[in-house]
Design a protein around this ligand. Sequence first.
Ligand SMILES: NC(=O)c1ccc[n+]([C@@H]2O[C@H](COP(=O)([O-])OP(=O)(O)OC[C@H]3O[C@@H](n4cnc5c(N)ncnc54)[C@H](OP(=O)(O)O)[C@@H]3O)[C@@H](O)[C@H]2O)c1
Length: 269
Amino acid sequence: MSFPLPSPQATAVITGASSGIGAALARTLASRGYGTTLVARDGARLRHVAAVLQRNGARVDTIEADLTSRADRRNVEAQIRQTGLAVDILINGAGAATRTSIPECDLGTELAHMELNVVSVVDLCRTFVGDMLARRSGAILNVASTAAFKPLHGQGTYAASKAFVLSFTRTLRAELQDSPVTVTALCPGPVPTEFARRAGFSDEEIATIPSIMWHSADDVAAMAVDAMERGAELCIPGRANVVDATMALLKAKQQAAQAVSRKTAARRD
Ligand SMILES: NC(=O)c1ccc[n+]([C@@H]2O[C@H](COP(=O)([O-])OP(=O)(O)OC[C@H]3O[C@@H](n4cnc5c(N)ncnc54)[C@H](OP(=O)(O)O)[C@@H]3O)[C@@H](O)[C@H]2O)c1
């Protein structure tokens, strides 16, 4: 296991790189010498992120793609293959959520978010992992969330999609344990990006989240890249978020234990 070194023949593909955590990951990798390929829908914003990196001497490509579209995902693959660059690092950062209960949600929106949060992650991992294994070099980072550890009222499909990303990432990592390719899940707590507002949270609601949980996108990106370099399985930025995730896991364990003891008691009666 060794983290790929920067190479003029290789690139780090980062989805969701037009803003927030994805853009911060692009800055972090570029500052460490990596060439990047930035993917998102908004071409103007992608070019803006790219221009800042280029001013500092980095090689950057941008690809406009709606990752809910299978055709766009194939186009991302085709455009990268056309460059002749090897994908040494793959970061699945694009993601979206809504703030609505399951009975009241707009089904089309939720299914599109599941296509983005879940299907595109599976698609891009499957698309590029084979080449990484053949070259015996590569690192994958999938962006989940502390929402992966617990049910979230009003964000049912989002929390479930992040639980999927976490489980999928762990399984992929286990399958690749005898290879030099590493797989890491990033589970941030709250990060001040456009994410919460895009999901429909008001400023007042956002302000109720304790300040101890918040970490900037740049700090999260630096911790995530450090975790990838170490070949870590999981990166939960910030102690308060580690505690939050641990408490959620303990609650789930307790609920499972209670269900077992209820079943045993029912059998005895
Ligand atoms: N912010 C948080 O509190 C937080 C906490 C935990 C986990 N996360 C996760 O972190 C990741 C990044 O979120 P963020 O906080 O950086 O939010 P953000 O600023 O809203 O960034 C989301 C990114 O995803 C891209 N994206 C959205 N829909 C897309 C689509 N259909 N096709 C392609 N790209 C799409 C957006 O670009 P375009 O609009 O240009 O397409 C943007 O670059 C997400 O996976 C999110 O679930 C965020």
